[in-house]
Design a protein. Structure first.
Length: 381
């Protein structure tokens, strides 16, 4: 069995790993870290919740121990992420793992004023974690330059495709030195992403710890067939009985997420919504309430599926099935993380049967039907 000490990490990083209670490397870490430490490009395919962040953070932190300190506005490592939540999560991982090394990290994303981010960059940082749109804004303001980037990472590349970030990524990469190390991580590999990877990577080490678009084995997946008009009642019953713990509910639209939160409040269930129309402070407050347990239900759209890393999510409920089957994989990957078990329940009406067939084809599994839950909702006094 591989241990972190077998991977060639520096002593401060081994101490940081131990302090974070990482018992042993996950498969993606065990396979990606050794070639990354040699400076080789890496193409990693792994489902969500498998430890991809540490798989690239630990080699980058090892590299940053040597060489020159970062100059003002000129980071040595750049990580691109599709959403604010995921960028913040990656930044926190770098800070935690790099604390003993004095690594300076900046996270830049939209929805907040640029001034503080620009000042952090001007002070000089080793690692920048960014969403593409805000990074381009800062590049236009000359608040950051990429000509000294030694390592470039694209995380959740397939979700960047979903959000229309391929052209912005190409614009950003044009400013990064060609003599660099590139690491590319994605849970799925559609044709457009494979083409992008081929253009960015040079003889990469290919690491795949699970077949493309498989789902975590420990997730119990079921479907309830119910027409749209009955979904509100079924969701309330599930949250009142079958899924009493911390639960993440997905809708397809922003307005749908807000509507579900409103209906749950009327049914005596505290819930928060997180989606693209929410400001960054609103999104942070919603996540904080969910983490603390003040709201045991978080209702989200797919834009948030990759950036929610909250421990103890027992259930994922698809109030509406996604029309992109790969999104199903990312949604339910929010539960059963770090080896824990979890459950995913999808509510499917007649108009969504085609979506269900596409999902079952992708994951190579037929979702078992679940009977309607009993009327056991306990309303708030």
């Amino acid at each position: 069995m591989t241990s972190f000490s077998d991977l060639g990490l520096a002593a401060p990083l081994l101490a940081a790993v131990a302090g974070a209670n990482y018992a042993e490397p996950t498969p993606i870490q065990a396979q990606a870290i050794p070639p990354a430490l040699t400076g080789r490009d890496v193409l990693g395919i792994a489902q969500t919740g498998t430890g991809k962040t540490a798989a690239f953070a630990l080699p980058i932190l090892t590299r940053l121990q040597s060489g020159p300190r970062a100059l003002p506005t000129a980071p040595r490592a750049l990580i691109l992420a599709p959403t604010r939540e995921l960028a913040a999560q990656i930044g926190e991982s770098f800070r935690m793992l790099g604390r003993r090394l004095g690594t300076r990290v900046a996270v830049v994303f939209g929805g907040v004023p640029k001034g503080r981010q620009a000042r952090a960059l001007a002070a000089g940082v080793d690692v920048v974690v960014a969403t593409p749109g805000r990074l381009l804004d800062l590049m236009g303001d000359r608040a950051i330059r990429l000509d000294r980037v030694e390592v470039l990472v694209l995380d959740e590349a397939d979700h960047m495709l979903d959000l229309g970030f391929i052209l912005p990524i190409r614009r950003i990469v044009a400013h990064v030195p060609t003599a660099r190390q590139t690491m590319f991580f994605s849970a799925t590999m559609p044709k457009e992403i494979a083409t992008l990877a081929d253009g960015l990577l040079r003889d990469p080490a290919r690491v795949a710890v699970a077949p493309v678009a498989t789902t975590v084995d420990k997730i119990e997946q079921r479907v309830i067939f119910v027409e749209q008009a009955g979904k509100r009642r079924v969701l309330a019953r599930l949250l009142g009985g079958v899924a009493p713990g911390r639960t993440l509910v997905f809708t397809r639209t922003k307005h749908g997420a807000d509507r579900v939160v409103k209906h749950l409040a009327e049914d005596g269930i505290a819930a928060e919504a997180i989606h693209g129309n929410k400001s960054q402070p609103q999104r942070e407050r919603a996540l904080a309430a969910f983490r603390s347990g003040h709201a045991r239900v978080l209702v989200a759209t797919d834009i948030a599926a990759r950036g929610i890393d909250v421990t103890g999510i027992e259930h994922v409920i698809n109030f509406e099935l996604p029309n992109v089957p790969e999104s199903y994989v990312h949604r339910i990957g929010r539960t059963a993380r770090a080896g824990a078990a979890g459950a995913a329940i999808s509510l499917c009406d007649g108009a969504e049967r085609a979506f269900l067939r596409d999902i079952e084809k992708l994951i190579r599994t037929k979702l078992p039907a679940m009977p309607m839950p009993e009327e056991n909702l306990k309303r708030a006094a």
